[in-house]
Design a protein around this ligand. Structure first.
Ligand code: AMP
Length: 294
């Protein structure tokens, strides 16, 4: 194996579909399977945990780094989204990635690009209510990444739970053969889900942020131990609304379909989004009939 001067294996960077496919074809000729980890960069331990999971799923790991303009709405943070490809490349190489795929926006969406992949079902409500166009942007770029790589599996974080279910629906509906693997949410020690956007929080906001997870956990624990759902959800909504600058949603949904949950007869999930200053935080926890929450 070729080693970089840092002692870690060499990781190549490619920026075009033809270079990507050339590398993947060589790997496939050697019989190697391929896992894809799609990211928008600004890597943190959550992303690195996905790269670790990928290594257990396939012989080769490709990490894509693409800040997808199509999933940002007007007034969102596309222009300020943290970008540092050099730092990200070092972190992913140290985590064991074999290839960085970092296309330019003009290569992904050349002049004349005219296709949008849109979805109903799980792509309705919650994130879509506050971020119109978000899931069309996600579905379009994920379709392209899966078709460009032909990956055997792709790793997505439960942190973005609605997105994970949307991607599962996408591959089922479009007969894409890539297996979607879910990765548990990586958290700070105080429970805050790791996110590239946590960098936007000032010190005061950072100390308020973990309440999102603790309110979700308390409500999930109450539901799991048989508390009445309507008042439990009302109380949790009030707690989040009082603590944060705005509550975008708090929903109790079936863990597989994202249909509204009403009874504890199937595994379900509590999902929420709040506003803290100019930063939007999302999180979710499992509600299991056994009374266990994660
Ligand atoms: P992003 O770069 O934010 O688009 O995220 C890329 C991938 O990392 C997505 O599949 C996310 O769900 C996943 N991810 C982001 N934050 C976390 C986290 N704290 N724990 C696990 N996965 C995460």
């Amino acid at each position: 194996m070729k080693l970089h001067s840092s002692g870690f294996p060499v990781m190549r960077t490619v920026r075009t579909v033809s270079d990507l496919r050339q590398t993947l074809q060589a790997w496939r000729a050697d019989g190697d399977s391929v896992a894809l980890v799609p990211t928008m960069g600004a890597l943190h331990d959550g992303h690195l945990s996905l790269i670790k999971i990928a290594q257990g799923q396939a012989r080769r790991t490709v990490v894509s780094l693409f800040v997808n303009p199509r999933q940002f709405g007007a007034g969102e943070d596309l222009a300020h989204y943290p970008r540092d490809e050099g730092r990200d490349a070092t972190l992913m190489r140290e985590a064991g990635a074999d290839l960085l795929y970092a296309p330019e926006a003009t290569a992904m969406y050349p002049t004349g690009f005219a296709t949008t992949v849109s979805m109903d079902g799980p792509a309705r409500g919650m994130e879509a209510d506050t971020r119109p166009g978000f899931f069309a942007g996600v579905c379009t770029v994920v379709s392209k990444l899966l078709l460009q790589t032909g990956a055997d599996c792709a790793i997505f974080g439960e942190k973005d739970y609605q997105q994970l279910i949307v991607v599962r629906q996408l591959v089922a509906d479009l007969d894409i053969e890539t297996r979607i693997v879910a990765a548990p949410t990586a958290r700070e020690t105080d429970g805050l889900a790791r996110s590239s956007r946590n960098a936007y929080l000032d010190q005061g906001q950072r100390s308020r942020a973990p309440r999102l997870h603790s309110v979700l956990q308390e409500a999930a624990g109450a539901l799991a131990s048989g508390a009445p759902p309507a008042s439990t959800l009302d109380d949790a909504r009030r707690a989040l609304g009082d603590h944060f600058d705005a509550l975008h949603y708090l929903e109790w949904r079936d863990a597989e379909t994202l249909d509204r949950a009403t009874l504890l007869d199937r595994s379900s999930r509590l999902l929420a989004a709040v506003q803290l200053g100019t930063t939007r935080l999302i999180d979710n926890v499992a509600v299991s009939p056994a009374g266990k929450t994660v």
